[in-house]
Design a protein around this ligand. Structure first.
Ligand code: PMV
Length: 319
């Protein structure tokens, strides 16, 4: 039975980065990735089938809803309402929480009872990072290949037995100029370092996975920095260059390094935007956040802990 459903999902930060897609129409990542879901940020999305649409649905949203319509045998239009409690489109992984929440709200509203893997596969087709936000704690997503027909993220570790935090350092509220899909296509087409990145990323992924399983913050932080800088180096070598980092990003990185030298272990990572996410022990996060708030140009710092899986509820059954 269809109805109206609301789902909440949290963005995730990749500690072993996904950057690059294989040449296929189904949005398959060329490299494996590993992420931590962030509790302090969230997207809430409601979907209802069987009414007229309240707004023009964006193409990527329509594509996901069409997949759900096919699975549920529905032909009715849907309406979608969504809100983030954090800045959208500037490297804070809003596409991850956005498409995870949309996928879960849509299948729930359509009356489909799917397991998390199937919802993750659906979300992945719109945004590969969204596949990981279906799960809480730490999650992984394998690379795809030309024969892949189903690819879901997998949970790696829960949220309660490791006291780590990620401080999200917002350096601008402006949306980024080059989205991740466009950035990845451009990098693959023009960066001389792309092949090296695709070859090296699985090695970084395995190290990150082992570090999470061993609950080894130093090992995880070290490999997370290597992954982030390798991804950015690869993107910067594209022609023309893709430079996502700003002077404020670099000032934050420098401050995190001096915190490390003063005995506070902290590690940086950046996605396709100028924001910095700082991995640390949970007990150090308040201090790290207060130091980073003093860096000129920093707008806001939000401390996040490993967050929960995406969840949904039916608000109303269709009459
Ligand atoms: O799946 P997308 O389109 O949101 O791309 C995500 C790309 C990065 O955020 C840069 C890396 C990642 O693994 O999340």
């Amino acid at each position: 039975m269809t109805g109206v459903a609301t789902a909440t999902a949290h963005p995730n930060i990749a500690l072993a980065k996904y950057w690059g897609k294989i040449e296929s129409p189904t949005n398959l990542p060329a490299v494996p990735s590993l992420s931590m879901t962030l509790d302090a940020l969230s997207t809430t999305t409601s979907v209802g089938f069987g009414r007229s649409a309240t707004e023009t649905e964006a193409k990527r949203v329509t594509a996901l809803l069409d997949r759900v319509r096919i699975e549920a045998g529905l032909r009715t239009r849907a309406w979608v309402e969504t809100a983030n409690d954090f800045p959208t489109g500037s490297g804070l992984a809003s596409s991850a929480s956005g498409f995870a929440a949309l996928a879960l709200a849509a299948i729930t509203a359509a009356g489909l009872e799917w397991d998390s893997a199937k919802v993750s596969d659906l979300a992945r087709q719109s945004s590969a990072s969204a596949a990981r936000s279906i799960f809480g704690g730490f999650a992984t997503l394998a690379a795809g290949n030309l024969d892949t027909t189903f690819l879901a993220a997998e949970p790696l570790a829960g949220t309660h037995d490791w006291a780590v935090a990620v401080s999200v350092v917002i350096t601008t509220f402006q949306p980024k100029e080059v989205g991740s899909t466009e950035g990845m296509t451009h990098t693959r087409a023009t960066s001389p370092y792309y092949a090296a990145w695709v070859e090296h990323a699985p090695v970084l992924f395995e190290r990150a996975r082992a570090a999470v399983l061993a609950r080894d913050l130093h090992a995880l932080g070290t490999v997370a920095e290597e992954s982030a800088f390798a991804m950015h180096a690869c993107a910067m070598a594209a022609a023309p260059a893709l430079v996502y980092l700003s002077p404020v990003t670099l000032a934050v990185i420098e401050t995190v390094r001096s915190l490390g030298r003063s005995g506070v272990p902290a590690y940086v990572t950046m996605d396709a935007g100028p924001q910095v996410k700082v991995l640390s022990r949970a007990a150090d996060a308040a201090h790290i956040a207060s130091v980073l708030r003093q860096v000129p140009g920093v707008e806001k710092v939000i401390v996040a802990r490993p967050g929960p899986a995406a969840s949904a509820k039916i608000i109303r059954q269709a009459p």
